[in-house]
Design a protein around this ligand. Structure first.
Ligand code: FAD
Length: 646
């Protein structure tokens, strides 16, 4: 008898664990399996983007990152002066001001995985280790509730005598055959039946191969861009070393991020880490097409020696190397991310690239963050499965941009200044490109195109809220909670729990006419038959359980008492109908923590007609509406994919 679950996640790296968090949070019956006996503890990814920390905040985990991570403040560019001496040529902030309330930080991937595992645990989901899929079958029968059967093998680990500091075993310089042969043996077999399967099984994804999704782009075939002039002329097969060490050096900038191009010895990047560690990315060499890197010839000593040559005349000693590896630069993206809208790919299973840009772990988690709430909504019968199409529509474009970015940056990193200049790109231009891409690398620039779940009304009332962009995530401003006077970041109310949000910019509650308009809107949203809140909230559920209304007044808390707000704005919830106190906010200066600039920050007229911003469960802005026609427009939007609550 096969065990049944709603969603089977294959792979418990960052992508799989982020998905696990969503599913655990939303009460979906899920299983998450991984072939490894333990999670990773050293090395691998370490860059955590601002946007990723915002998402961690929505799961209540951002503080843990902030406690342990090293925040990056500055990037320094080094290149040779006219006499060939390495000198710092410019310094810029690592995170551009106003990018996010969080800063770009660095922390070991293993710790990030720990936080995600703990978060999943609170929802009763744990990783099942030493398990790997053997086969996957679909049933086309319409009566089959769990149409996918995955045969799983329980693995018996082979005793591992490899050096724990070496990350070579997961590097792309090891062949798949070698990777599999040396690690595990098969044990007993079980069948798992699932409604959906998500392959989060990394760059060597079994799921990708098994469901025959082809890798179509290798970097050298990626559509050309005129601003990557080296593409046609430089070799693609460049390999780099990476190591985490506590260095002793006379380079003065060892505790800020350094991007360094030497005259002829190659390039390197330095990233200061937590616990006084430093991550080094060091260019080792270039291969001829068809040439393979000699795996056994790689060692930390060789990587340190290359770093010394690049850094000379600065000195470098690394008595302690915590982790090291060697990898070949290459970019790949999968043509499609799903099969029959039942099997999906996320993370490295879907796109791979070089690690230096600090993107992989972040973009991987953002993939499954995009997919998680959609799967949960389908499994729980809240929406039709048609919303699952938007996963590919939204994330393939992000992956394409990632690959393009990585291709461009890898080439720029790997070229010597002289070659770069000779090919028409100066080091100044490289630095300018770095600055231009800053918003993108922070993860905050992602914008999704119109779709079934983006942009309801036509035309959207964007003139009512100038700085809120449909398709982007909802940014935070400091506001004051009406009930308890606490200053709070507005985006902290966008908790990842699967609910949609209507953010009502109510305006000035001291203006009688505006107050009436606001009360009428709330009345319509609560009582009109076509209102999605009335239609899609199950009769026995709380009023805010599917769509939560968050109200922000431009007037002070003293203008209108809390109890004068309509019930929709402060609903009663739970068995005992407890009043809620965390859905109404005002834009005023708080006693201790600033505030009073939210309306101007969002670009809303404080004495104007107000507006409504519709925010998806993943914090992306789906629409902007005026009070008039709001309910009608929301009805058209939600009727396109929601299923009526029972
Ligand atoms: P993975 O982390 O690879 O996880 C896949 C999981 O699936 C693994 O646990 C694996 O055991 C499991 N699995 C695989 N096959 C099977 C199977 N058949 N059955 C069961 N389980 C299976 N990214 C950044 O964002 N910032 C950085 O600074 C950064 N630096 C990096 C530095 C290095 C040296 C490397 C190697 C990578 C770096 N990356 C960085 C990239 C980042 O590590 C990956 O992009 C990220 O781990 C991808 O997450 P994932 O969950 O998709 O895949």
């Amino acid at each position: 008898m096969a065990d049944e679950c709603d969603v089977l996640i294959i792979g418990a790296g960052p992508a799989g664990l982020m998905l696990g968090c969503w599913l655990a949070r939303t009460g979906v019956k899920a299983r998450i399996i991984d072939q490894r006996a333990t999670k990773i503890t050293r090395g691998h990814a370490d860059g955590v983007q601002c946007r990723t920390i915002e998402i961690f905040q929505s799961f209540g985990m951002a503080e843990r990152i902030q406690m342990e991570a090293n925040e990056l403040s500055e990037v320094v560019f080094y290149s040779p002066d006219k006499d060939g001496n390495l000198v710092p040529t410019s310094r810029i902030p690592d995170t551009e001001p106003d990018t996010s309330r969080f800063r770009h930080s660095v922390l070991n991937q293993g710790r990030i995985e720990d936080f995600l595992i703990d978060c999943m645990k609170t929802g009763g989901l744990a990783v099942e280790r030493l398990m790997s899929p053997l086969s996957l079958e679909y049933s086309d029968s319409p009566t089959e509730s769990h149409p996918i059967t995955v045969k799983i093998e329980h693995l018996v680990p082979i005793e591992d005598s490899s050096d724990p500091a070496s990350g070579l075993y997961r590097s792309n310089i090891i062949s798949d055959e070698e990777f599999n042969r040396s690690r595990l043996r098969g044990g007993k077999v079980e069948n798992i039946k699932a409604k959906y399967v998500v392959g989060c099984d990394g760059a060597r994804s079994w799921t990708r191969k098994y469901v025959v999704l082809r890798i179509i782009y290798a970097a050298h075939r990626f559509p050309d861009n005129s601003d990557t002039p080296w593409r046609a002329t430089r070799p693609t097969f460049i390999y780099w070393g990476v190591m985490d060490a506590r260095p002793i050096t006379d380079l003065p900038d060892i505790r800020v991020k350094v991007v360094l191009h030497s005259a002829n010895a190659g390039s390197l990047m330095i990233v200061p880490r937590e616990r006084n560690l430093v991550r080094f990315y060091i260019q080792l060499g270039a291969l001829q097409p068809g040439e393979k890197i000699g795996v056994s010839a790689q060692s930390p000593e060789k990587i340190i020696e290359s770093a010394r040559k690049i850094l000379a005349p600065y000195t470098l000693e690394c008595p302690e190397v915590e982790w090291w590896s060697v990898y070949e630069i290459g970019q790949r993206i999968c043509k499609t991310v799903s099969s029959k809208d039942r099997v999906f790919l996320a993370g490295d299973a879907f796109h791979t690239h070089s690690p230096k840009g600090g993107q992989g772990m972040n973009v991987s988690m953002m993939d499954s963050y995009n997919l998680g709430w959609k799967l949960a909504a389908c499994v729980k019968g809240l929406t039709s499965p048609s919303i699952l199409d938007t996963y590919g529509q939204e994330r393939v474009e992000v992956a394409r941009q990632l690959i393009e970015f990585d291709h461009k940056f890898s080439r720029l990193f790997s070229a010597t200044p002289a070659v770069a200049e000779s090919e028409g790109v100066s080091m100044e231009e490289f630095q300018a490109l770095w600055v231009r891409m800053g918003k993108w690398t922070s993860g905050t620039a992602v914008r999704y195109d119109p779709s079934l779940i983006m942009t309801a009304s036509s035309p959207a009332k964007t003139e009512l809220v100038q700085n809120v962009i449909i398709g982007s995530h909802f940014e935070s401003q400091m506001v004051v909670c009406y009930a308890d006077a606490h200053a709070t970041q507005f985006a902290d109310r966008l908790v990842s729990d699967g609910r949609w949000r209507l953010i009502v910019f109510a305006g000035n509650m001291g203006d009688e006419n505006q107050l009436q308009r606001f009360n009428y809107l709330c009345d319509q949203l609560m009582h009109a038959d076509e209102s999605p809140i009335k239609k899609y909230t199950p009769p026995s559920a709380d009023l805010n359980s599917v769509i939560e209304v968050l109200t922000l007044t431009s007037s002070s808390r003293r203008v209108l008492s809390y109890s004068a707000f309509p019930e929709l704005a402060r609903p009663y919830v739970g068995k005992f109908r407890y009043p809620t106190y965390d859905q109404i906010f005002s834009d005023e200066v708080s006693y201790l923590d600033g505030g009073g600039t939210a309306y101007s920050g969002y670009g809303v007229d404080p004495d104007g007609p107000g507006c409504v911003v519709l925010v998806r469960p993943d914090q992306f802005i789906a629409d902007v509406l005026g009070f008039e026609q709001c309910v009608e427009n929301l009805a058209i939007f939600f009727d396109g994919f929601m299923v009526k609550g029972k």
